[in-house]
Design a protein around this ligand. Structure first.
Ligand code: ZN
Ligand code: ZN
Length: 267
């Protein structure tokens, strides 16, 4: 049996092992105290003195940005494809669920921010450069795709997790109910599963604070658009049409490695 076949059969073990190695080799890279203070300062735009209020401000800022991206992507999709929004009942059902999850995600991100400010993540403020940005982007994308692939595969492979959690998201599989916001149309428990993948990455790799913000926002916009059938890049739409393939978010690294990649609906 060749190595790739073996890794494919035990893909969970392979990804867990990768986590272990990454955490082991990066163990000495936690956020320096001077960076913790600077990061907190950067967020504290109103010069508040109460730490709880600063965290609340961070939470509000997050919810605002997520809502802004939600409105902007919906406006773009509605402009090109107004007919998919005609079913008001479907839209209202999705948007109610999505709004709850925007709040939950802002909570999770605020918790991760508290970890950073207390020095428990690997976020840093080393001088930025194009090289560092590309370096951070590659590590962030590999780390995110690895985390998401692992969680997503488990949600499809385990009968109970599929039945009670992830099948909820897959109710949306027709052109008229893939509205972009469908990205966040999930069971509440899933928010803590796949949806939080982006937030835990700062524990894996060192990353510049600003690069982390920029890369995760670009990725988020892309993932919103990937829940729209007219979007030219069909990677995730294929997953909604055929549940056996394409478990990653936007870049099929682990689907190729574990032989679950399909690049068009028919093949
Ligand atoms: Zn799925
Ligand atoms: Zn989806």
């Amino acid at each position: 049996m060749n190595v790739l076949k073996l890794i494919n059969r035990y893909n969970y073990c392979a990804i867990f092992a990768a986590y272990f190695f990454i955490l082991y080799f990066n163990k000495g890279l936690y956020t320096k105290k001077e960076y913790c203070e600077k990061i907190l300062d950067n967020v504290n735009i109103f010069n508040l003195t109460d730490l709880k209020l600063i965290y609340f401000l961070y939470f509000t800022l997050n919810a605002f940005v997520l809502n802004f991206i939600k409105f902007a992507t919906t406006a773009v999709i509605r402009y090109f494809n107004p007919s998919i929004f005609l079913d008001k009942k479907n839209y209202n059902k999705q948007i109610k669920n999505v709004n709850i999850h925007i709040l939950l995600l802002s909570f999770i991100e605020t918790f991760m921010f508290q970890l950073t400010v207390n020095g428990y993540t690997k976020v840093h403020l080393e001088p930025n450069s194009l090289y560092l940005f590309l370096h951070d982007a590659v590590l962030w994308i590999v780390g995110f795709e690895m985390t998401l692939y692992l969680e997503h595969r488990i949600m499809h492979d385990n009968y109970y997790i599929w039945k009670y959690i992830h099948s909820y998201h897959h109710k949306a599989n027709k052109r008229e109910n893939l509205l972009g916001i469908t990205l966040f149309y999930v069971n509440h428990f899933e928010v803590f599963f796949t949806m939080s993948s982006a937030y835990v990455l700062t524990i894996l790799f060192p990353i510049n604070y600003y690069n982390k913000v920029a890369i995760s926002l670009i990725y988020l916009i892309l993932t919103f658009l990937s829940h729209w059938e007219m979007f030219p890049y069909k990677y995730h739409i294929i997953h909604h049409k055929n549940l056996m393939y394409n478990f990653g978010a936007n870049v099929p690294i682990f689907d190729i490695l574990f032989n679950t990649y399909r690049y068009n609906i028919k093949n």
